[in-house]
Design a protein around this ligand. Structure first.
Ligand code: NDP
Length: 483
């Protein structure tokens, strides 16, 4: 608040305007004049205030911060920003998956955990979740899966029957669905949950040796969850609870942090590991590859403009810097295309020129023009090869790869001894959850399955839980009044 005389309003071209309150008319009650350009600009710009919301992960919040590396990882990775002592600025965004922009923050859903690192070798984006696995393992199922979780085409309502129909027909979903219906399906705040790359990535050291890795961001605030009824009550009380919590905490000067731990697998191990190391529905048990702490992520600055920074932030798993590559994880390979593609549609082809997405590293690409472009890479030739000193590719930055062979197929078969769909979900239920957490999981599943399932889907759903664990299946069946 200030008593000083405010500056004069201008239109978007910077020209002073006469009134914020009155249109230009002929006489006080007279018709509005077409030359009231300021009025026309206000109305026309307002009509264009929205960009399409994200088709998934629409509702979210974010903050700026940094990653600081405290352990030497040079034996495994040569990326500059992972050198011990390096501090890299970043922007993180957390989100729900299925709901729209105005939906409630605390509903049962996985949470997006996306980070853009502004490294000196270009942007590095990790686009993970608060769960280490996912519902499906092939990108061809992604739109089907999301359609089953969103709204019906006829009445625009969400439909539990659709959700359980899809899940029970795709048993590979059992591990993620088990986590979703555990207490971790309703985190208390974004500060109180972990983030996982979920995907396996490749790390390469300066000597060219390759490793497979998974990232775990462990909350320093401790895991805290809402019970199902607390989450539902909060959805009614304050649908923006998670956005508010993160914003207010940072505004108070309390900066949430996460310890970055890595699981690292030698390249050769993947071939005969007991699980397919690239299957997004599986974790690597900690006892096989113990997580190694290497750094700390801190969020210490709120965005100034939600739209400019959170809504227009464009994360893409295809942003991989030298020393880091993808893996044969099919879901990851699909996402390398779909993320930049959706940003071109949602924000426009020059989304990487917006301040929130702009690399801190110098850009010397040959892409040019397009809507809303305001910066070219200097007076350089616009084609390659050229005779005038334009940038040239360098084979020392060769794309990281792996050995593969075989016929072209549309199949998923496994050579790994423990690659069933239910084993890890069962181990979560039996060996990780406490007895109270198991009780909550049964209550959460029964509550959800009680709502609108037809008899075929219900029977298949109960069978699904029997396959995860016989005792869990029996408890779900009993809760649903089925024998
Ligand atoms: P461990 O006993 O070494 O680890 C179990 C892990 O389970 C914990 O460290 C914790 O992960 C996580 N966890 C605890 N409560 C829940 C919950 N309600 N929902 C989801 N995860 C929870 O066992 P393993 O490594 O052998 O894994 C056993 C099972 O634990 C897996 O099948 C998987 O379901 C789950 N899990 C495993 C993770 C992994 O990367 N190995 C990661 C997360 C879950 P955290 O330390 O990350 O908080």
């Amino acid at each position: 608040m200030s008593n000083a005389k405010p500056p004069v309003t201008t239109n978007d071209a910077g020209i002073p305007v006469a009134s914020d309150d009155h249109s230009l008319t002929v006489g006080r009650d007279g018709p509005i004049l077409l030359q009231d350009h300021y009025l026309l600009e206000k109305m026309a710009h307002f009509n264009r205030e929205r960009v399409p919301e994200r088709v998934v992960h629409a509702k979210g919040g974010g903050a700026h911060g940094y990653l600081e590396i405290f352990n030497d990882v040079s034996d495994w990775c040569k990326a500059d920003f992972l050198k011990k002592g390096t501090k890299t600025p970043l922007f993180a965004r957390f989100s729900t998956v299925a709901g729209e922009l105005g939906s409630a923050d605390t509903v049962r859903d996985p949470r997006g955990f996306a980070i853009k690192f502004y490294t000196n070798q270009g942007n590095y984006d990790l686009v993970g979740n608060n769960t280490p696995v996912f519902f499906i393992r092939d990108p061809s199922k992604f739109s089907d899966f999301i359609h089953s979780q969103k709204r019906r085409p006829d009445n625009n309502l969400r439909d539990n029957n659709m959700q359980w129909d899809f899940w029970s027909l795709r048993p590979e979903s059992a591990h993620q669905v088990s986590i979703l219906f555990s207490d971790r399906g309703t985190p208390k705040t974004w500060r109180n949950m972990n983030g996982y790359s979920s995907h396996t990535f490749m790390w390469i050291n300066a000597g060219g040796e390759r490793f497979w890795v998974k990232y775990h961001f462990k909350t320093d605030q401790g895991i805290e969850n809402f019970t199902d009824s607390q989450a539902k009550a909060m959805a009614a009380d304050d649908p923006d609870f998670h956005i508010r919590d993160l914003y207010q905490t940072i505004a108070r000067g309390e900066f949430p942090s996460w310890t970055l731990e890595m699981q690292i697998m030698p390249y050769e191990d993947a071939a005969d590991y007991r699980f397919n190391a690239f299957d997004l529905t599986k974790v690597w048990p900690h006892s096989d590859y113990p997580p190694i702490p290497i750094g700390r992520m801190v969020l210490d600055r709120n965005p100034q403009s939600y739209f400019a920074e959170v809504e227009q932030a464009s994360f893409e798993p295809s942003n991989l810097v030298p020393g880091i590559g993808p893996s044969p994880d099919k879901m990851l390979l699909g996402r390398l295309f779909s993320y930049p593609d959706t940003h071109r549609y949602r924000i426009g082809p020059n989304y990487l020129q917006l301040p929130i997405n702009q690399p801190r590293a110098e850009v010397r690409s040959y892409s040019k023009d397009g809507p809303m472009r305001y910066s070219q890479s200097g007076a350089q030739p616009v084609y390659a090869p050229n005779s005038y000193g334009g940038p040239q590719g360098d084979s020392s930055f060769m794309d990281p790869g792996w050995t593969t062979n075989g016929e072209m197929v549309r199949e998923a078969y496994s050579l790994h001894t423990e690659d069933d769909d239910f084993g890890q979900a069962g181990s979560l239920y039996r060996n990780v959850l406490t007895s109270g957490e198991r009780d909550n999981m049964v209550t959460n599943i029964v509550g959800h399955m009680s709502n609108g399932l037809d008899s075929t889907v219900m029977a298949r759903g109960i069978e699904y839980w029997r396959n995860v664990d016989l005792n869990l299946g029996a408890r779900v069946a009993k809760g649903l009044g089925s024998t």
